[in-house]
Design a binder for this molecule. Structure first.
Ligand code: SF4
Length: 151
């Protein structure tokens, strides 16, 4: 059983979401009882502000962004955020390695943290965001906040 768990900071009540809100989850808090928790917010970690314009992936899911076949862009304006999203994913991976986390609990549907669904070109599609894609590729077990058992 995992002792150290990487967790999307917004699920722990940190107001780091694009809209300046948090997504504090009692279900997540309960599942983390007794664990060592490593909070990460890839987007603010990469220097994107709070609040910030909503970003979607364009042309593919997180794996495609990492492979250079898709981009992260501001919804509506198309302004490029790919480098920040890649850097945020790298920071999350570094934190996981530094603290020995083998499991990550990530916020569903985020273009960074989504693990079963994410926003691609105006739709929520099955697939991972950029950070979830990198952590998965590096062997971490990814759990969505929505698949943890309810309290
Ligand atoms: Fe930060 Fe991920 Fe939460 Fe978005 S979903 S606010 S990137 S921790």
């Amino acid at each position: 059983e995992a002792r150290v768990v990487l967790v999307s900071a917004c699920l722990l009540g940190e107001a780091c979401r694009y809209d300046g809100k948090s997504k504090g989850s009692s279900r997540v808090m309960q599942a983390l009882e007794g664990k060592e928790v490593v909070p990460v917010c890839p987007e603010t970690g990469a220097g994107l502000g709070i609040p910030r314009p909503a970003v979607v992936l364009s042309g593919g899911t997180g794996e495609a962004v990492l492979a250079g076949r898709a981009r992260a862009v501001v919804a509506g304006t198309g302004e490029d955020r790919t480098e920040a999203f890649r850097r945020g994913a790298e920071l999350a991976l570094e934190a996981a390695r530094r603290f020995g986390a083998t499991v990550a609990v990530l916020k569903e549907r985020s273009p960074s943290c989504g693990s079963q669904g994410t926003h691609v070109d105006d739709k929520v599609v099955a697939g991972r965001g950029v950070t979830a894609a990198l952590l998965h590729a590096e062997g971490l077990i990814i759990l969505s906040d929505e698949e943890l058992s309810p309290p």
